[in-house]
Design a protein around this ligand. Structure first.
Ligand SMILES: *[C@@H]1O[C@H](CO)[C@@H](O)[C@H](O)[C@H]1NC(C)=O
Ligand SMILES: *[C@@H]1O[C@H](CO)[C@@H](O)[C@H](O)[C@H]1NC(C)=O
Ligand SMILES: *[C@@H]1O[C@H](CO)[C@@H](O)[C@H](O)[C@H]1NC(C)=O
Ligand SMILES: *[C@@H]1O[C@H](CO)[C@@H](O)[C@H](O)[C@H]1NC(C)=O
Ligand SMILES: CC(=O)N[C@H]1CO[C@H](CO)[C@@H](O)[C@@H]1O
Ligand SMILES: [Zn+2]
Length: 418
């Protein structure tokens, strides 16, 4: 423990490199904890402001993956050795992984470019294409979809929710879905886009779900960050608002006004989990939460997509205490998992991953009154976990959609068919 403290003191003094565009020399380490002691060391490691946590869990045998800048690499490895924590180097030079991914994307774009205006699930789309797709849907399916502007991102991009509803008065039990709150988790917007694609463009197969349920869906809630990962800094996670310090961006998923910054969120603007200068300091979280509140009690289910690690998580993130309706949350999560080809771990955020307050899932349950609230950590892939190759997008989004249908059927049974 003494040595851990020492390391932290040293590296807090080191300049943060959180704004880097170039990841040359950055390393990624993977640790598979075998016992409680190893887990404890990991819990301390992931609090380090310069360690970027890519995936982590409180469960024995579940991987923790960390990216570290060259400045603290030596210290980190010494610490791992001193604590007898076996690790292996997943990526020796992060920049080369990014270069490989760029090539894959470019190839996919060349092969699948002309698809007469339809969205493809063979490449990761840019924000403008996604927006263009949603707008096209409103022209093609005016009786089924409506685009609702809920505000602007910090850099002025439109935040638009697609409402999908057929039959009824548009005031039915509803499901709220979002993606892309963390910029670098590219498979998340792709997954949310596929849900839209199936509900709207494959209507005949899915009409029961839109006849009985209203859907509110936003594929990219943090478009500034998303674009930044495409143009500048592949592993950017936060929003792009400045804080007055040398570091930019807030972790939007620590910025919601519910037990804000009580645990697992940083007050250091350079940290990856910076909670913002105050609750709801971010345009994006203000827009999302204000809009959700206008829907009153209609929303029965909230699904927010992240990557990676294959976890189906429910509240709370701010406390290890379990919600009163944990049995229902757990059973539904487990039922969804049964249809997936992947093996998801189901449980409460705090008990499965780590405690972290200010997340959207906690806010939807604790403030907006949406009892069934889930964070889904999608499968990783590629070398980094975030660079799931374009060739695998279809498989993952189709698999996830099967789970979404289980969630939706439950909402139908519970709130519609009785
Ligand atoms: C939207 O429609 C326009 C006009 O048909 C087309 O040029 C464009 O490619 C479409 N965009 C998407 C993303 O579908
Ligand atoms: C978003 O941020 C910009 C710049 O700070 C601001 O001008 C704008 O009013 C904000 N929009 C919303 C909806 O908060
Ligand atoms: C439409 O939905 C069915 C059933 O889920 C699925 O098998 C089919 O592949 C879908 N079609 C398209 C074009 O996505
Ligand atoms: C949500 O949970 C609360 C507390 O358990 C309960 O009072 C309320 O009726 C539930 N709402 C719905 C829509 O099930
Ligand atoms: C300009 C600005 O918003 N500064 C804030 C940056 O974050 C710190 C820590 O939360 C706040 O104290 C500053 O007010
Ligand atoms: Zn995330």
């Amino acid at each position: 423990m003494f040595r851990i403290t020492l390391l932290f003191t040293i590296s807090l003094v080191a300049l943060s490199l959180a704004n880097q565009d170039d990841y040359t020399g950055y390393k990624v380490y993977k640790i598979l904890p075998k016992n409680e002691d190893e887990l404890k060391t990991i819990q301390t490691l992931i609090k380090h402001p310069q360690v970027d946590v890519w995936t982590s869990s409180k469960l024995i045998g579940h991987p923790t993956v960390l990216m570290v800048p060259p400045t603290i690499d030596y210290q980190l490895r010494s610490l791992l050795r001193v604590n007898n924590l076996p690790y292996y180097t997943l990526i020796d030079d992060v920049q080369s992984t990014i270069n490989n991914e760029k090539n894959e994307q470019a190839t996919a774009r060349r092969i699948f470019s002309d698809r007469s205006g339809r969205i493809s699930f063979k490449q990761y789309e840019r924000f403008d294409t996604i927006t263009g797709y949603l707008r096209n849907l409103t022209n093609l399916y005016p009786n089924l979809v409506k685009l609702i502007n809920i505000g602007k991102s910090y850099e002025g991009r439109d935040l638009e929710v697609l409402k999908i509803s057929s039959g009824g008065n548009g005031n039915k039990p509803a499901i709220f879905v979002d993606g892309g709150i963390h910029a670098r988790e590219w498979i998340s917007p792709a997954t949310v886009l596929y849900i839209i694609n199936q509900l709207v463009e494959n209507y005949s197969e899915n009409s029961a779900l839109t006849d009985n349920i209203d859907w509110y869906i936003i594929p990219v809630i943090n478009p500034d960050g998303y674009e930044y990962t495409h143009t500048k800094s592949r592993f950017w996670r936060k929003t792009r608002s400045p804080n007055g310090s040398s570091c930019q961006g807030t972790d939007a998923n620590r910025n919601f006004d519910f037990h804000w910054r009580e645990v697992g969120a940083s007050s250091n603007p350079c940290a990856e989990d910076f909670a913002g200068s105050k609750p709801f300091s971010e345009n994006e979280t203000v827009a999302l939460s204000n809009f959700a509140l206008t829907l009153k009690k209609n929303v029965k289910l909230y699904l927010t997509f992240h990557s990676y690690g294959q976890y189906i998580l429910y509240p709370w993130g701010w406390t290890s205490a379990l919600p009163d309706d944990v049995d229902e949350l757990d059973t539904l999560g487990r039922n969804a998992n049964t249809v997936s080809g992947y093996k998801y771990t189901v449980g409460s955020s705090t008990n499965v991953l780590y405690a972290a307050a200010g997340g959207s899932d906690d806010w939807f349950k604790g403030v907006a009154g949406v009892n069934l609230s889930y964070t889904i950590e999608l499968p990783g892939g590629g070398l980094s976990g975030f660079d799931l190759p374009p060739s695998r997008i279809e498989e993952v989004v189709q698999d996830t959609y099967k789970m979404v249908k289980v969630f939706a059927s439950y909402i139908e049974e519970k709130f519609v068919n009785n």
